[in-house]
Design a binder for this molecule. Structure first.
Ligand code: DQA
Length: 143
């Protein structure tokens, strides 16, 4: 059975409480539940992980090689800072879709640049938590 990995980076465990005017009221559990529904409807399997630690995210990306068909990844603020995460994504052949709940381009200038997007399959920005489900749909459509 094909498997997808849903990966969330720093501060995304605070969804639901964190700046609801920017990120909405859904929790990370709600997001995982909704993505699981999309994935399981087509007989795929989903693993979901969240970490506030760059190194742990890097380890999980390395371990994804040969295991997952795709990774749905919201790297949080590491998007804008982490060459190490970019190198980790480049080091595997599993395609990664970068997801942002908010429209980072409407926000502070420092959020306009992603160090990761150039090595990702694609990027979904500003569509709220639906972005995660759309990324899952992409991976399940492209068999
Ligand atoms: C975010 C956008 C980032 O700039 C921010 O640091 C986050 C969340 C988003 O989902 O909109 O933590 O990745």
């Amino acid at each position: 059975m094909a498997k997808l990995l849903l990966l969330n980076g720093p501060n995304l465990n605070r969804l639901g409480k964190r700046e609801p005017e920017v990120y909405g009221s859904e929790t990370l559990d709600d997001i995982e539940h909704n993505v699981r529904e999309v994935v399981e409807a087509v007989q795929y399997q989903l693993d979901a992980k969240q970490s506030n630690h760059e190194g742990e995210l890097i380890d999980w990306i390395h371990e994804a090689e040969g295991v997952y068909k795709g990774i749905i990844f919201n790297p949080g603020a590491y998007t804008h800072t982490s060459i190490a995460l970019r190198d980790a994504i480049s080091s595997i052949t599993v395609p990664v879709i970068e997801v942002h709940i908010s429209n980072v381009h409407q926000r502070e200038e420092f959020r306009h640049t992603s160090l990761l997007a150039p090595v990702c399959r694609g990027q979904i920005v500003g569509l709220g938590t639906a972005g995660y489900q759309l990324a899952a749909k992409y991976f399940t459509l492209n068999d």
